[in-house]
Design a protein around this ligand. Sequence first.
Ligand SMILES: *[C@@H]1O[C@H](CO)[C@@H](O)[C@H](O)[C@H]1NC(C)=O
Ligand SMILES: *[C@@H]1O[C@H](CO)[C@@H](O)[C@H](O)[C@H]1NC(C)=O
Length: 142
Amino acid sequence: MALSFFRSTLFITLAVFGLCLGHLSFMSNAQDDGTATYYTPPYTPSACYGYEDEGTMIAAASDEIWNNGTACGEMYQVTCVSGTNQGTPYPCWGSGTVQVKIVDYCPPASCRGTIDLSQEAFASIADPDSGVINISYQQYVP
Ligand SMILES: *[C@@H]1O[C@H](CO)[C@@H](O)[C@H](O)[C@H]1NC(C)=O
Ligand SMILES: *[C@@H]1O[C@H](CO)[C@@H](O)[C@H](O)[C@H]1NC(C)=O
């Protein structure tokens, strides 16, 4: 009786511990911090798809994500964390998180963030007046 109680307690403890570990490694592998800006139409031509229309839930990748073009077509989940300017200290609104497809390149000469979202994607998670926001982001496989 006592032994089986000990066993099941141990089992539950290990199971909970395992769940926590799994969750932690998932977080640290997948999630990164960065900044997001936005760009406005026209969204074509794009570096990945030329004149092909990929809709509005799209983004341009900076060198941190671009990886010489292999990022084309990858899906990212972007979450608004905070503002970066005093004028709009609490810019996050709406759904908080948006899912976008990489369709373009954001070249270092003009890029001001980790990921350059379409105006529509940006506006669904933050006030466009804020310009640049702090984000967390992670790639996901649909
Ligand atoms: C980048 O991609 C181009 C075109 O796909 C390729 O020719 C070039 O070798 C790649 N560069 C690196 C550093 O992988
Ligand atoms: C935005 O992120 C930067 C870099 O992590 C940080 O220094 C800054 O305090 C953040 N801004 C806000 C308003 O949290």
